[in-house]
Design a protein around this ligand. Structure first.
Ligand SMILES: *[C@@H]1O[C@H](CO)[C@@H](O)[C@H](O)[C@H]1NC(C)=O
Ligand SMILES: *[C@@H]1O[C@H](CO)[C@@H](O)[C@H](O)[C@H]1NC(C)=O
Ligand SMILES: *[C@@H]1O[C@H](CO)[C@@H](O)[C@H](O)[C@H]1NC(C)=O
Ligand SMILES: *[C@@H]1O[C@H](CO)[C@@H](O)[C@H](O)[C@H]1NC(C)=O
Ligand SMILES: [Zn+2]
Length: 427
């Protein structure tokens, strides 16, 4: 029994403990290094397509869109810069052309054009970026692909012609509402803004907007839209739809997030919820951690499958982000956490990139199947608008003495009197 005594001696015990500790540390550090390395490798082969970034809003707010005064590679007054995007393995970014609701029925169209302009200038001036407008464009480029999302249906001023022209400028999704109702759809934003308070959900003209978006290949974005409006859109859209930056209602019960029945409809629609990182949406609090955010990924996966999930960080659009995810260089830490939770490589490749590409290709296919349809010439009924500054084209055309296709209406007596008087004066 001499050998047992020997083993039990202090020295031998210490050696054994030391040995076990070493194995433990080895495995531990090895596995965390391993996860980090796996996340890096996955993101290198499958760079992230992010659904929503508000850098352009900050460019307007802080710099009046004067790109000449800043260096986007290193800018540090924002959570986004080009160096950080590279560290974060971002391969494609939807830049939000966002316009304040307060501009509705005023100069929303001009303000949106200026945001589209600053995004396009930015993507042209920096060799790290490339402006693209198709799924193939994202796949082809070796740079960071730039795409445009219009944030707020008020941007098209209830005009399908304006919608089509924004598409021609390169916009590839439109968020149906921001935090205000439009004349044709209802927001989840409550009554913060007083526009069109009577709207219950999608109107007939709203239906026409959805049809036209399907026809031209503009992705429908339901973030910010009221749940009932989202349900109606899901019932009629011929193409998959997205939530470009929203989280799960079950984990943080605000209408800005997606409720369970809509998650199930998204699965059926083959659409996508691109998960928002904002602490206010993820935790319903000012603070959160990566784990709180990852819970949303687990939850949506359980209900709708990993194929229904993407990422829409909302950087530079909101203030609070989970600890460890403060800027756009930090995405790999989220991927590492999902790996730690047992997500398969294939599921993560979907979340990073392939799910969005599937949706985009499908939207393009629905467009291509409708090439025989003519552009819609439907106009919103006038009594559904509450404009004070819109030119009344009928009066205008009467005064010019032109006949028009627009239905003629009797000229108010006062206008007629002015007209006759001015004629008398001139002649
Ligand atoms: C931000 O950038 C400015 C100028 O480029 C630099 O002077 C400053 O030290 C930077 N701040 C931080 C916190 O890195
Ligand atoms: C993508 O690359 C292919 C092959 O080089 C080319 O034929 C195609 O035009 C490219 N498409 C886009 C949108 O970049
Ligand atoms: C949503 O629609 C349902 C069914 O039509 C209705 O009962 C409910 O009141 C609506 N919710 C809101 C907030 O309008
Ligand atoms: C993350 O936050 C949750 C909720 O506050 C907390 O229970 C959990 O311990 C935190 N996790 C980590 C890893 O810090
Ligand atoms: Zn938003």
């Amino acid at each position: 029994m001499e050998w047992i005594k020997h083993i039990l001696s202090q020295n031998a015990l210490w050696t054994l403990k030391h040995f076990l500790l070493c194995i433990f540390l080895q495995i531990n550090s090895c596995s965390s290094d391993d996860l980090s390395q796996r996340a890096q490798n996955l993101m290198e082969s499958h760079p992230l397509i992010d659904g929503h970034n508000d850098l352009a809003l900050q460019l307007r707010r802080i710099y009046k869109n004067r790109l000449s005064e800043i260096n986007l590679r290193t800018i540090n007054t924002t959570r986004t810069n080009l160096n950080k995007l590279k560290t974060g393995h971002v391969g494609a970014q939807f830049w939000s052309a966002y316009v304040l609701c307060s501009a509705q029925d005023k100069d929303a169209v001009r303000l949106a054009l200026e945001q589209v302009d600053v995004i396009k200038r930015m993507c042209k001036e920096y060799e790290e970026l490339e402006f693209v407008t198709s799924s193939q464009g994202i796949e082809n480029t070796t740079k960071i692909a730039c795409l445009i999302g219009l944030e707020g249906g008020h941007i098209i001023d209830s005009s399908l012609a304006a919608l089509r022209m924004f598409y021609e400028l390169g916009a590839r999704y439109m968020t149906l509402t921001h935090m205000c109702n439009t004349p044709w759809a209802k927001t989840s934003g409550g009554s913060l803004h007083k526009f069109y308070q009577g709207r219950k959900s999608l109107t007939d003209f709203g239906n026409e907007v959805i049809k036209e978006m399907n026809r031209i290949g503009m992705i429908i974005d339901l973030s910010h839209t009221s749940s009932n409006t989202s349900r109606e859109v899901l019932a009629i859209s011929k193409a998959p739809v997205i939530f470009s930056h929203s989280a799960a209602f079950a984990l943080c019960g605000i209408e800005r997030n997606v409720p369970d029945d809509i998650l199930l409809s998204i699965k059926k629609n083959r659409g996508l919820v691109m998960v928002n990182f904002h602490t206010g949406f993820v935790a319903c609090r000012k603070t959160a951690n990566i784990s709180t955010l990852a819970d949303h990924f687990d939850y949506i996966k359980k209900l709708a499958g990993s194929e229904s999930i993407g990422i829409g960080g909302d950087y530079d659009g909101v203030t609070g982000f989970p600890e460890g995810l403060e800027d756009v260089s930090k995405y790999p830490l989220l991927i590492q956490e999902l790996l730690r939770r047992g997500w398969q490589d294939q599921e993560i490749k979907g979340v990073l990139r392939e799910n969005f590409l599937r949706v985009f290709r499908h939207v393009e296919r629905v467009r291509d199947e409708q090439l025989n349809l003519r552009p819609s010439e439907i106009e919103i009924p006038e009594d559904e608008l509450s404009y004070s500054c819109r030119l009344d084209l009928r009066t205008f055309q009467h005064l010019r003495g032109k006949s028009s296709g627009i239905q003629e209406r009797s000229i108010p007596a006062f206008t007629l009197a002015i007209y006759i008087l001015s004629c008398i004066y001139v002649f």
